[in-house]
Design a binder for this molecule. Structure first.
Ligand code: SAH
Length: 216
């Protein structure tokens, strides 16, 4: 365990040196979340390399740590927030979010693949994380599905969307922030969206590579 903490710390320090991780709270969240708990069996030795890793034969991956850092920084999560994540995958990002929202906050994370939903459930329970609700379903419809109410302070999508899913905009609160990779191609643009009373403001952050969001 001590060794794992040391390796995690080294990885985070490297991300800070490289200028990929600037936010102290995000760094803390990643320090408290040992990535080795979230990699697929057999990949433990690579858990603290800054690269995405395959999640069994599901065709999905756990994102690279620098990508998690960039997205979480852009999301500007505060203690007490209610956050929706689309694409639970391994549960790593959800676990980092759990730390950022704190005990008074809540994370809802939706995954469409049953195997990964179960995998994440197991990973989060090993760390005793309680403020994350894991849902099996299609996240493009929001949660609860198709609800037309502004219930989330923040929304993060960890698979690439062709266009901004309408239900997610509907479920985002005024002044809320959504971060998502947007585009149809092999690479997409990580986009930060802010909901204002007169519509939405978007800002492009950087080019990224994500697997496409499934539509059902
Ligand atoms: N955040 C994850 C990595 C996500 S990989 C982590 O920390 O490990 C993207 C995930 O999105 C995959 O697990 C994929 O199955 C899921 N996904 C794709 N389309 C989806 C949809 N419509 N609703 C919910 N999950 C979806």
């Amino acid at each position: 365990m001590v060794l794992v903490e040391e390796e995690n710390k080294k990885m985070i320090e490297a991300l800070i040196r490289q200028g990929k991780l600037k936010d102290r709270k995000v760094a803390e969240a990643m320090l408290k979340t040992p990535r080795v708990y979230f990699v697929w069996k057999g990949y433990e030795d690579l858990a603290y390399e800054d690269q995405p890793l395959p999640l069994g034969d599901t065709g999905q991956t756990i994102s690279a740590p620098h990508m998690v850092a960039i997205m979480l920084e852009q999301l500007e999560v505060k203690k007490g927030h209610t956050v929706l994540e689309v694409g639970t995958g391994s549960g790593y990002n959800a676990a980092c979010l759990s730390y950022l929202v704190g005990e008074e906050g809540k994370v809802v994370s939706i995954e469409i693949n049953r195997i990964l939903h179960e995998f994440a459930k197991n990973n989060l329970s090993k760390l005793g994380i309680r403020n994350v609700e894991l849902i099996l379903g299609n996240g493009t419809l929001g949660y609860p599905e198709r609800l037309e109410q502004e219930i989330y302070d923040r929304i993060i999508v960890t698979a690439a969307a062709d266009e901004i899913p309408g239900y997610l905009v509907t479920q985002l609160r005024q002044e809320g922030i959504m971060v998502l990779p947007l585009g149809k191609g092999f690479t997409q643009l990580l986009t930060k969206l802010k909901k204002k009373d007169r519509g939405i403001e978007t800002k492009e952050i950087c080019e990224v590579i994500f697997v496409p969001l499934r539509n059902g």
